[in-house]
Design a binder for this molecule. Structure first.
Ligand code: DHB
Ligand code: FE
Length: 292
């Protein structure tokens, strides 16, 4: 095994073992997942459960699914839970359609999936500043300026921007071991003109964990595990709908075949390369007022 391959294997093991299970723990503590179920009327549960099951039955009939395949499915579903990979599975293969339906009425900026690695409460950096990072953090320095406005063009003074992203090895702090708690996670507050300036490093393309159950599905189906490099952001302002987005870089090999189907053309940045090798980008957000 070459040194590169050995390093890659070790890295993937750390990501899958730690990131999958931490995503499940985090979801259970932060999101009170069962509250929503308690509040959903029986008719709605009946309708949705029947339609999902009918789609499964139709697939079994259309493709004459065998007992061997049925048992492989059972074993796999059990293992997804044991690996703690349900948040990964759902956010990669299902969330993008939930996001599409939830935001189809919007006139402002496009958003996309949140994914499994958001953590509330990142350190406050004001309107202009750098996200917390290690001394000598790897990756091209990136300066991002922008403005947050309402759909009528009014600047949204005090709008909050929460930024989180993977490091140059594809690791998210608090999910992969060995990173400072808030590494590459920060909260910014737009100034009186709705403007902000954020300094960070450019993230690398990212492979979802490949040595757990999601990886077994990917290998068994002959798919790939890549997401294009991306910056995650949540933007909020009083009286406006929260926007959750990801921003991508032009020319990334996986912008056209993201495993999580989360890329939209409106979310691809237009960065400028500076003489010193750093990158500058301007990208702002338009928020929809809460209606009704
Ligand atoms: C997953 C990871 C991400 O970083 C992301 O943005 C979306 C999904 C995942 O592993 O499920
Ligand atoms: Fe991500």
């Amino acid at each position: 095994m070459s040194i590169d391959t050995a390093a890659e294997t070790a890295a993937q093991t750390a990501t899958a073992a730690a990131s999958g299970a931490s995503a499940t723990e985090r979801f259970q503590t932060d999101k009170s997942p069962f509250d929503a179920v308690r509040d959903t009327p029986a008719e709605r549960v009946d309708l949705l459960a029947r339609e999902v099951l009918a789609a499964v039955h139709a697939t079994i009939r259309a493709h004459k699914v065998t007992y061997a395949e049925y048992n492989a499915l059972k074993a796999w579903l059990i293992q997804v839970g044991e690996d703690g990979e349900w948040p990964l599975f759902l956010d990669v293969w299902v969330e993008h359609v939930v996001e599409e339906v939830a935001t189809e009425h919007r006139e402002g900026s496009k958003g996309t999936i949140e994914g499994p690695y958001y953590v509330p409460g990142a350190p406050e950096q004001g309107a202009r500043g750098a996200v917390p990072m290690r001394d000598g953090e790897q990756g091209t320095p990136l300066t991002w300026t922008g403005t947050v406005t309402s759909v009528d063009g009014t600047p949204l003074r005090g709008a909050r921007m929460e930024l989180w992203h993977a490091d140059a090895d594809g690791y998210y702090s608090q999910f992969a071991p060995g990173l400072p708690k808030w590494n590459l996670r920060g909260c910014f507050t737009a100034d009186t003109a709705g403007a902000f300036e954020i300094r960070t490093v450019r993230p690398a393309p990212y492979q979802i964990p490949t040595d757990g159950s999601c990886g077994r599905l990917i290998a068994a189906a002959g798919w790939h595990a890549w997401r294009p490099a991306h910056l995650h952001v949540k933007v909020s302002a009083p009286g406006h709908e929260d926007l959750t987005a990801q921003l991508y870089f032009p020319g990334d090999a996986h912008n056209d075949d993201d495993i999580a189907s989360a890329v939209k053309p409106e979310l691809v940045l237009d960065p400028r390369q500076n003489a010193d090798g750093s990158v500058t980008v301007d990208y702002g957000f338009v928020l929809d007022p809460v209606r009704g």
